[in-house]
Design a protein around this ligand. Structure first.
Ligand SMILES: C[S@@+](CC[C@H](N)C(=O)[O-])C[C@H]1O[C@@H](n2cnc3c(N)ncnc32)[C@H](O)[C@@H]1O
Length: 280
């Protein structure tokens, strides 16, 4: 099932603004530890860079299914796929209740940098974990990384401020336009346990990350990040004011993100990682 929301993603813009996201994944991939023959679901797979890596590790005896709500990302992923064990489907992962997904025979479910978008609406939060639980084999593992409490806090705050001042939105409307849910470790542990999982790891890491280089077409650097990752915030204001919001957000966070030694900009990423096991 596809998502009806506007598709802001394109593989090129993603690489230019946040190409580091699928690259900074050593730890979560170590936790996933894909093995030959395994069946793995990648939830919010994007343009499939990580999914391809996972699929090559399960080899042709395994199976990997990448799911994403972005038609642009899924089209790019399908076009570049050469592995018979790898398939992609356009899917709004706020609902994973189809037989194929909840049949209970996936060895592992994986997600990187996607669940803070998927879990934005409070009403999806319980059903999502229940769906993933049902989809796994007994003993199967759910391994993921996402934005945790305090993720990109300087940018999140600057967006709210810019939407209320430049955009003329109420504080409530500005907050409501946020596309993200960044839970705490405590919230995540309890939610996983309530869904029936044994929680093996649930941790958070402050990981400031260097912004990409600015580009003339506006798709790189901090402003490129603001335009792509903050597209839902920007959509909440009139089109004619959106570039002013981008400018203000970048100006306001400057003091928090610029490093004096070389002028580079570092975004205050906080990652939440977990490994949860379905009971046998
Ligand atoms: C920052 S990208 C991460 C992509 C990929 N996992 C990676 O590590 O490069 C976030 C992804 O979440 C996906 N996403 C957001 N909401 C979603 C939803 N409701 N269902 C499925 N995918 C969703 C977006 O389309 C996007 O591909």
């Amino acid at each position: 099932m596809a998502n009806t929301k506007a598709d802001h993603w394109s593989s090129e813009k993603y690489q230019n603004a946040a190409g580091f996201v699928p690259q900074l994944t050593t730890k979560v991939l170590e936790y996933l530890s894909p093995q030959p023959g395994e069946r793995i679901l990648d939830i919010g797979c994007g343009d499939g860079q990580l999914t391809t890596d996972i699929a090559s590790r399960v080899t042709s005896t395994g199976q990997v299914l990448g799911l994403d709500a972005s038609p642009s990302f899924i089209a790019t992923a399908q076009k570049s796929n050469t592995l018979p064990q790898l398939k992609y489907e356009l899917q709004d992962c706020t609902k994973l209740d189809q037989d194929e997904l909840t049949s209970g025979d996936w060895d592992k479910a994986f997600s990187n940098a996607a669940m803070h978008w998927i879990l934005r609406a409070p009403e999806t939060r319980t059903s999502f974990f229940g769906d993933v639980y049902r989809g796994l084999n007994p003993g199967g593992r759910f391994v993921f990384e996402m934005g945790g409490k305090g993720n990109c806090a300087e940018l999140h705050t600057a967006f709210t401020a810019a939407l209320t001042t430049v955009g003329g939105l109420s504080l409530e409307a500005a907050r409501e336009s946020s596309p993200w849910f960044f839970p705490s470790v405590d919230w995540m542990r309890k939610t996983l346990e309530d869904a029936g999982f044994d929680v093996l790891v649930c941790e958070s890491e402050y990981r400031p990350t260097k912004s990409t280089e600015s580009r003339e077409d506006g798709s790189g650097g901090l402003d490129g990040w603001v335009r792509l990752m903050g597209a839902s915030f920007l959509e909440a204001v009139e089109e004619s004011r959106r570039e002013e919001v981008v400018k203000r957000v970048c100006e306001w966070v400057d003091g928090a993100v610029v490093r004096e030694e070389d002028g580079s900009r570092w975004i205050g990423y906080v990652r939440l990682r977990a490994v949860a096991r379905k009971k046998t």
